[in-house]
Design a protein around this ligand. Structure first.
Ligand code: CMC
Length: 389
């Protein structure tokens, strides 16, 4: 204990050491385990990046193959867990459906819940990596009233997810390599981001020795908020609104700058990046190419680019060092791939999963870990006597 430091939002407080992800927010640098995000985006795969984050080094080809096979082995959901989906209203948002089903995994896999048993942690890791995309696809199917397919383990993780999301029982689903590659890239870009809100939540919940499923479920709920992962959905809503109302981007910017009704330019600004988000740079560079190939909505991309151009040349944004973040352009790509807006944050969650797992495992195996327990500065009533009447 001792003197308490007041730091709302943990602007300056490091709650942990970590060897997983490095960010230099002023220079716009992001590295996973030392590897620059640009190199991973160009040469790696989501599967390989997941291994890298969780185990610390790139896998050998044999290790990657074994990792892949083991994940494929765990894709099937317990039939009773499938029944779970019918309990939600038809128009349920898939994020709370996802967090509920992930939380429910601790009821189905009671044999792998001990955070201090390395073998059990390993099994939970594979179960989560394999099953979460399946749960996510079922949440989508549920929301559009289509039947759920069984995973087909001749496909890898990303292809399987696409087939489960868009396939129909009576039809042969052909994975579009352009979509699979683009999705793989976006998942890589989301895979970890050090102590962001959802990851800190995973660590905080896990610091009480809660199991991995419970901790990740809490992370999913933290990600749901529009200031965090929910921003990708909010960006698209904003762009569509501007399009539908015929608002000029410059007029919208005036509203943002005057803070009318608390309106913000969604997809802009970041707690750590005071420079162009390196992930947004990669997404922007690919958005045009992918949208051309997939026939995405050019008008919305046009609006987004005009908003960005205006913002980057505007004193309000320059003074506050507000740049596009990863969420600014991703929604347009997800939309072009055929995902409904409600699924955007779910896609973020699938991408962030290996990061959550890696951070939780690092926390659990760190001898310096203590239960997370912030302090407060009490500002309430001083002691007063209960009025005995
Ligand atoms: N539009 C307009 N003004 C903004 C924006 C924005 N998007 N972001 C920050 N500001 C202003 C804010 O009003 C404040 O101005 P002032 O100094 O006059 O009060 C100043 O910039 C500093 O903002 P802050 O809210 O104190 O900064 P923060 O570090 O607490 O918040 C943030 C970071 C990401 C929550 C915030 O920038 C934001 O709300 N952005 C929009 C939502 C968004 O895109 N979130 C995704 C974040 S990146 C990926 C992820 O984590 O999911």
């Amino acid at each position: 204990t001792g003197a308490v430091t007041f730091d709302p939002g943990f602007m300056n407080t490091a709650a942990t050491t970590s060897a997983i992800t490095y960010i230099d927010g002023d220079a716009g640098i992001l590295r996973y385990r030392g590897y620059p995000i640009e190199q991973l985006a160009q040469h790696s795969s989501f599967l390989e990046v997941s291994y890298l984050l969780i185990y610390g080094n790139l896998p050998s080809p044999t290790e990657l193959e074994a990792f892949d096979q083991r994940i494929r082995h765990h894709t099937l959901l317990h039939e009773e867990l499938k029944g779970f989906f019918s309990g939600f209203p038809r128009d349920a948002h898939p994020m709370p459906v996802l967090s509920s089903a992930v939380s429910a995994l601790s009821t189905f896999y009671q044999d792998s819940l001990d955070p201090f048993n390395a073998e059990q942690v390993e099994v939970s890791t594979y179960r989560l990596l394999a099953k979460m995309p399946v749960i996510a696809a079922y949440a989508l199917k549920k929301s559009i009233g289509q039947p759920m397919l069984y995973p087909d383990n001749s496909h890898n993780l990303v292809e399987n997810f696409l087939r489960l999301s868009f396939g129909l029982p009576a039809e042969q689903y052909e994975v579009d390599p352009v979509i699979a590659k683009a999705l793989d890239l976006l998942l890589i870009l989301h895979a970890d981001h050090e102590q962001n809100c959802s990851t800190s939540t995973v660590r905080l919940v896990g610091s009480s020795n809660a199991n991995l499923f419970a901790s990740v479920s809490a992370g999913i709920n933290a990600l749901f908020g529009p200031a965090h992962g929910g921003a990708n959905e909010a960006v698209l809503k904003m762009l569509r609104q501007i399009q539908a109302d015929g608002t000029k981007p410059e007029d919208y910017m005036e509203k943002v700058k005057n803070k009318e009704d608390g309106v913000r330019l969604m997809g802009f600004g970041h707690r750590v990046y005071k420079n162009y988000d390196p992930r947004a740079k990669i997404v922007k560079a690919t958005a045009h190419e992918i949208l051309t190939k997939l026939g995405g909505n050019d008008e919305l991309l046009e609006i987004a680019m005009r908003l960005e151009e205006k913002a980057l040349n505007d004193d309000y944004f320059i003074q506050r060092k507000l740049y596009p973040n990863v969420d600014f352009y991703t929604g347009l790509i997800y939309k072009a791939m055929g995902f409904p807006e409600k699924m955007f944050t779910v896609l973020f969650a699938i991408g962030r999963l290996p990061g959550w797992i890696a951070q939780w495992r690092e926390m659990i195996s760190d001898p310096n870990t203590k239960i997370g327990r912030p302090r407060q500065l009490y500002i309430g009533e001083p002691e007063r006597d209960y009025p005995v009447r």
